[in-house]
Design a protein around this ligand. Structure first.
Ligand SMILES: [Zn+2]
Length: 256
């Protein structure tokens, strides 16, 4: 029952994340103006704002001007719903679930904003870090979280300084530290390793086929957040929710 409720919350929250992804980088208000068609500007009716269902009912087109509505909208909603449900199934009714849901939401926003604008916004990273700190305090794993943040800050800070900001941006350093707060020491190291592996696998074909100029920057944020999501959720998918929860307790609370 809990995962189903979480999935529904995730779908609705995913709708909100679409607004954040679309408006935050431009510095626009998230609250106003109300949802409208990006092509013709017509304000959406209530039934056109239902996650996933509206997009399917309209067959991915605006009801008035018939311009296509990006499939990304339902992708974001479905991904948020799925991750919230997974968090609830994995961690039950606990503060850990809140942390995993927060991480999922921030990961989705970071992923798409970084792909679109090569930007990692403090307006996303700072609230994400605050929630991670609160969850760590509540679950009694603040030391592990701070160790994770330190590893992220040092590892990516060294790359940032040694490449003089050419290899990655300072936003990536802050994002790595923020992920460290969520994942703890062992989790961060695993997530950063996963990020580098995913980055290498996905970037090599691009680098091989397209000659990128030295100034071109490949966004690192998406790989980092994917690494973080894998570390958070893969144990449940591989071992099942109960074992993952046991593993989580063992890792963070020293057995139990
Ligand atoms: Zn329209």
């Amino acid at each position: 029952m809990l995962p189903a409720i979480a999935a529904l919350c995730g779908l609705l929250f995913g709708s909100f994340l679409n607004v954040v992804i679309g408006r935050l980088p431009a510095g626009g208000s998230i609250a106003s103006p109300p949802s409208h068609c990006p092509a013709c500007g017509r304000r959406l009716r209530a039934w056109e704002n239902i996650p996933v269902i509206s997009w399917l009912a309209l067959r991915g087109r605006c009801a008035t001007c018939k311009s296509p509505i990006s499939a990304r909208y339902i992708l974001v909603e479905l991904a948020t719903g799925a991750l919230f449900a997974l968090a609830a199934a994995e961690f039950g009714a606990s503060a850990v679930t809140v942390g995993a849901c927060a991480l999922s939401a921030f990961a989705i926003v970071t992923l798409f904003v970084d792909i679109d604008h090569l930007l990692i916004l403090d307006a996303v990273t700072v609230p994400a870090a605050v929630i991670a700190l609160v969850v760590s305090l509540v679950t009694g794993r603040i030391v592990d979280s701070l160790e994770g943040a330190a590893v992220g800050a040092v590892l990516f800070g060294v790359i940032y300084i040694s490449t003089r900001g050419a290899g990655l941006g300072f936003g990536d350093v802050k994002l790595a530290a923020c992920l460290g707060l969520y994942l703890g020491l062992a989790g961060s190291i695993a997530a950063f390793a996963a990020a580098f592996i995913i980055g290498a696998v996905l970037a090599l074909p691009v680098l091989a086929t397209r000659r990128r100029r030295a100034k071109d920057v490949l966004p690192l944020g998406p790989f980092l957040v994917l690494g973080g999501l894998i570390v958070t959720f893969a144990p449940a998918l591989v071992f099942g929710p109960y074992q993952a929860y046991q593993w989580f307790l063992y890792r963070h609370l020293g057995g139990g």
